[in-house]
Design a protein around this ligand. Structure first.
Ligand SMILES: NC(=O)c1ccc[n+]([C@@H]2O[C@H](COP(=O)([O-])OP(=O)(O)OC[C@H]3O[C@@H](n4cnc5c(N)ncnc54)[C@H](OP(=O)(O)O)[C@@H]3O)[C@@H](O)[C@H]2O)c1
Length: 323
């Protein structure tokens, strides 16, 4: 089978399309024919050797897939050959097939297409956990989203609206903000052209209740300065590169919380709650209450272009690889 292979940590362009033998599932593993694989910012970090996992070489990036089960290990309960599934593989998805532990696989309800199915686990999974478990979002609260047109960002706009929040989308271009508006954002801030803190304070002089930050860098401190009393600042990621250092008088003066979000660890520490949340999200997708925004699809041969688009801040919503 073909995989887009990382032979050693390095830049995206060092990835190579190679042929490898199709892997055999061990007792608790499942072999999935990949129909679609969502591209995510962590795929880049993984290839560059900057992520929390460091797989053995050669490996393919690709953390979330949708496809059809081809083989089932004898102890992989609840699945059979031919089932349509989604799986949170961590890596290995930029390939014609992937093996993964059965605890990471979920049956796909009818009526969700491959591309959408393959691009909802990382984003909606993380954001649901963030807004529900970490922020305890209540109907009517205000929610500021940084990088609002990215994968995590747009999922936050959608889920935030579904959960009853007033959503303020902040992003770097008007084109990105237009998509946020189509997804239901109530207020738009172009943080390349407008002062983020002033713009939020003009809209909400008493501050906002929740801020979800997948970007970090120069945006974090001005955003935190707009938070209201009892606010929750969700730390999700650092696509801007720098990990911000925050003056600790800010949470004291504002009576707010700075809350870490680590969905991968949540999935291992609370597997039951994690499975339940994914199944709830699948239903929301099936009922059309949430929907991934897919900007483009790429073949395996073209997959490096998707990673470059993510790296260069060009992606809006999700990019999908269809081997
Ligand atoms: N904590 C968790 O459990 C968890 C789970 C999944 C993902 N994450 C993290 O969440 C972050 C977002 O992931 P994603 O897949 O949503 O990424 P994405 O689709 O690439 O979106 C990230 C956004 O960051 C903004 N950005 C600002 N400076 C950037 C730069 N120098 N390079 C690239 N983007 C930049 C861009 O928006 P603007 O151009 O509008 O600024 C972009 O839309 C990543 O750091 C990822 O590792 C964390």
């Amino acid at each position: 089978m073909k995989i887009l292979s990382c032979q050693q940590f390095g830049p995206i362009d060092s990835l190579q399309l190679i042929e490898v033998p199709t892997p055999q599932p061990k007792a608790k593993e499942i072999l999935i024919e990949v129909k679609a694989c969502g591209a995510n910012f962590p795929d880049i970090l993984l290839v560059e050797g900057k992520y929390q996992f460091r797989p053995d070489f050669p490996f393919a990036p690709g953390g979330e897939v949708a496809g059809i089960i081809k083989e089932v290990g004898e102890e992989a309960k609840g699945f059979k050959v031919g089932d349509k599934v989604v799986a949170f593989t961590g890596w290995g998805g930029y390939a014609e097939a992937v093996v993964t532990h059965y605890s990471r696989v979920f049956l796909l309800p009818e009526g969700i297409d491959w591309e959408v199915a393959s691009s909802c686990l990382y984003t909606f999974g993380t954001v649901y956990h963030a807004l529900k478990d970490r922020a305890n979002l209540q109907k009517g609260e205000t929610l500021l989203v940084l990088g609002a047109a990215g994968g995590i960002g747009l999922a936050t706009v959608e889920l935030g609206k579904y959960m009853g929040a007033t959503v303020i989308a902040a992003a770097s271009t008007d084109e990105k903000l237009q998509v946020c508006q189509q997804k239901g954002a109530d207020h738009l801030i172009n943080y390349q052209e407008q002062d983020l803190k002033k713009s939020v304070k003009t809209l909400f002089p008493n501050g906002v209740d929740i801020i979800l930050d997948p970007v970090g860098g120069q945006y974090t401190e001005p955003a935190l300065r707009t938070i209201g009393w009892n606010g929750r600042y969700l730390v999700v990621g650092f696509t801007a590169g720098d990990i911000p250092k925050i003056p600790l008088n800010l949470p004291l003066l504002k009576g707010c919380q700075i809350v870490g979000v680590f969905w991968g660890a949540f999935s291992q520490r609370h597997p039951k709650a994690y499975r339940q949340q994914i199944n709830e999200l699948m239903l929301l997708l099936k009922e059309g209450k949430i929907q991934s925004h897919i900007q483009a699809t790429y073949s395996l041969e073209e997959a490096k272009q998707a990673l470059h688009a993510l790296q260069n801040r060009k992606a809006i919503g999700k990019l999908v690889i269809t081997p």
